[in-house]
Write a protein that binds this ligand. Structure first.
Ligand code: 3PG
Length: 210
């Protein structure tokens, strides 16, 4: 699990969290983000277009790595796998999801906000987690505190992180990548302003010194 997730997620320090409101936007949006230097994406299943978007992206952008986000049930996990997702992200944990993820072909990045939740995953063998909602759950100080008892655990913090705070998170040893919606601003996507999306990705990476 760990290795497979690392192989994908560590390809990029930033993970755009994308909700598709119009079915035609997924491919040009991710294309623009790729032109800006990103190649790993989380497509949420918050709208009816999520699974189709994952299918379309796998077909149109073979060099992209496409995760399914906001997966809340095992059924959605299976749908994400069938759509071709490279990985699955959940905002929190349930035992059925954790158990399914252990034996699934497609690795799971489970979301946790506390030490106890982390330990529920840890005892099953999970070592990589989404830290959500990052800013509310303690931010960089919270992650620093978790690094003491949980050496060897690494996180993808998401939730409230923006272009100007991503670097603070990435400076931590236990952070592998930072997720957020700021990389796909709703108004830019709605108007098809792909140049702005591309430049935002570029600028966000530049701010990391990447
Ligand atoms: C998520 O599911 O990861 C969050 O919705 C991210 O949203 P934000 O980057 O706008 O906080």
């Amino acid at each position: 699990q760990c290795q497979r997730l690392d192989d994908i997620v560590s390809l990029s320090p930033l993970l755009p969290v994308i909700t598709i409101n119009h079915p035609d936007t997924a491919v040009p949006l991710c294309e623009a983000l790729m032109q800006g230097g990103l190649k790993v994406f989380e497509i949420t299943l918050r709208t009816e277009y999520g699974l189709d978007a994952i299918r379309a992206l796998r077909k149109a952008l073979p060099d992209a790595f496409v995760g399914a986000g906001t997966v809340l049930t095992v059924e959605q996990y299976k749908q994400a796998e069938a759509a071709g997702a490279h990985f699955v992200v959940t905002p929190g944990i349930t035992l059925p999801l954790l158990e399914y993820g252990l034996q699934a072909q497609v690795p799971l990045l489970p979301g946790i906000a506390t030490a106890s939740e982390l330990m529920s995953g840890y005892q099953l063998g999970y070592r990589r987690f989404k830290f959500f909602p990052a800013e509310v759950a303690g931010g960089t100080a919270g992650l620093r505190a978790l690094s003491g008892p949980f050496a060897g655990v690494r996180f993808c913090p998401t939730g409230g992180i923006r272009q100007n705070t991503a670097a603070d998170y990435l400076a931590l040893d236990n952070v592998m990548t930072v997720g957020g919606t700021w990389l796909a601003p709703e108004d830019a996507v709605a108007t098809g302003d792909w140049a702005r999306v591309r430049e935002l990705a570029r600028a966000s990476l530049a701010e990391l010194g990447a």
